[in-house]
Write a protein that binds this ligand. Structure first.
Ligand code: VGL
Ligand code: ZN
Length: 209
């Protein structure tokens, strides 16, 4: 696979809270940094996302008395997994990893900033109607394909990839540049959802410039 001028690398949520020692650490999460930096040397166009929640966000278990992290609750838009508090606006846990070597990244899109709505996807919030503006940005820039990497495979990467397809972009998940939370079969389910949506898979070593 060759990266072209109409391809954009989409780096999902490589933030302190998802890395070892963070509030919602993804197992082996820091293993994504080296392959992402290598991809950064291949892709001229890079967009980053940043999970960016206000304190007291509806996706936090602590916002729901009696609920524990990783339980599910019903919100107005449907079922919501409840998480430890993470990626709170302006905190060190929300910062992008200083290990990322992507000085040429062109946009950081923040998501999950509405108090009552989560947003795993970089394109569309969990109510499935509120958009982030990313599809319009990518289209106006002339991109037709996105390559996705980052954290976590089974949540923000998968939902972003599926929504990229819904917005009529080609979507390729770079498997070795992602890591998963993988609880209760979430990773297998996510790969099934992505396959059904027409998301492709690749290894970073198979992508050239
Ligand atoms: C994510 C759970 C909650 C992710 C974000 O980046 O995959 N997962 N917020
Ligand atoms: Zn979050």
């Amino acid at each position: 696979m060759t990266a072209t001028e109409t391809d954009c690398l989409l780096v999902i949520d490589v933030q302190a809270d998802f890395l070892p020692g963070g509030a919602l650490a993804v197992p082996d999460g820091d293993a994504v940094i080296a392959p992402i930096n290598a991809l950064g040397k291949i892709f001229r166009h890079v967009v980053l996302t940043q999970d960016w929640h206000p304190a007291g966000h509806a996706s936090f278990a602590a916002s729901h008395p009696g609920k524990a992290p990783f339980e599910t609750t019903a919100l107005a838009y449907g079922p919501q997994v409840l998480w430890p508090k993470h990626c709170i606006q302006g905190t060190s846990g929300a910062e992008l990893s200083p290990g990322l070597a992507l000085p040429h990244a062109q946009l950081v899109i923040r998501k999950g900033y509405r108090p009552g709505i989560d947003s795993y996807s970089a394109f569309r919030e969990a109510d499935r109607t509120t958009t982030t503006g990313l599809a319009g940005y990518l289209r106006e820039r002339g991109f037709t394909r996105v390559f996705l990497c980052g954290l976590a495979t089974d949540y923000c990467v998968a939902w972003s990839a599926v929504d990229a397809r819904a917005a009529r972009f080609q979507a390729v998940v770079v498997e070795d540049a992602c890591r998963a939370i993988d609880r209760d079969g979430s990773l297998e389910r996510a790969w099934g959802d992505m396959a059904a949506a027409g998301v492709e898979r690749a290894e970073s070593g198979a992508i050239g410039g």
